[in-house]
Design a protein around this ligand. Sequence first.
Ligand SMILES: Cc1cc2nc3c(=O)[nH]c(=O)nc-3n(C[C@H](O)[C@H](O)[C@H](O)COP(=O)(O)O)c2cc1C
Length: 268
Amino acid sequence: MGSRHILVSVVLALAVLAYVLVLAYAPRPLQVSQVVSTTEGEVFLPLPRPISRVSIEEAILLRRSIRDYAEDPVALEHLALILWAAYGITEPRLGFRAVPSAGATYPLEVYVVVGTRGVVSSVGAYLEPGVYKYDAHRHFLKLVKEGDYRRELAEAALGQPWVEEAPVSIVVFAVFERTTRVYGERGRVRYVPMEVGHLGQNVYLVATALGYGCVVVGAFYDDRVKAVVGAGAGEEPMYIIPIGVPARRHYVAFEDVWNYITSKRTGA
Ligand SMILES: Cc1cc2nc3c(=O)[nH]c(=O)nc-3n(C[C@H](O)[C@H](O)[C@H](O)COP(=O)(O)O)c2cc1C
């Protein structure tokens, strides 16, 4: 075989290899059953592990409410870690979670509204758009409703555009009865809202540490949010938290804070 034939064979082999790689890695719609899952409509999430190299102090410094997002999706592994930080299990022996809870009554339920091409897995496949419910004990998402419900959710949130534009939103509900049956009215007006705040801050900090931006949204029509999400009986909406890659990088240095404090001290 002449050197010309060898060259042609090598070029052909490389072309076939490139085609196979493109087929293997090109993003494509992901059926729920294609993600590590056992039964239809159940998405077993990547297990929680330390990912970010951002210290807790830096995350606090850099946390801001972000309402403008790039087109990029949220990585499934990152969404999984954010959900674990929101309400996941951190003490397996007792079933305790990432946030403190009055009497360990855990009144909150966490849903996720995933937009079209909103969440991408490590092999470049997209999660089917839909509304999912987070199961902390099995660290998985259960499909509640198929479809992209971001517009309806934004309309339920007084038309706040960031709710429609974010690739994914966490929606937090409370079942007040779990806490009020132990603590009465104090559970409703104090303990449950406090717990929602703990959850919201964990979401902010882990999202920030992973390079995402989010905003807690408390202004919405309760009944409309419940209908959009398909919430269960007794579940009352507390927060919508849109999450996405920030359109612009927000940066502040500790030095800026030192300068501010120093100027206040000296009255400069
Ligand atoms: C209880 C609560 C409800 C909020 N509701 C909304 C909301 O409906 N829409 C919104 O864009 N931001 C909302 N925010 C975010 C605040 O506007 C934001 O935290 C504030 O402007 C301070 O900015 P920062 O979070 O960047 O520090 C809410 C914050 C809290 C604590």
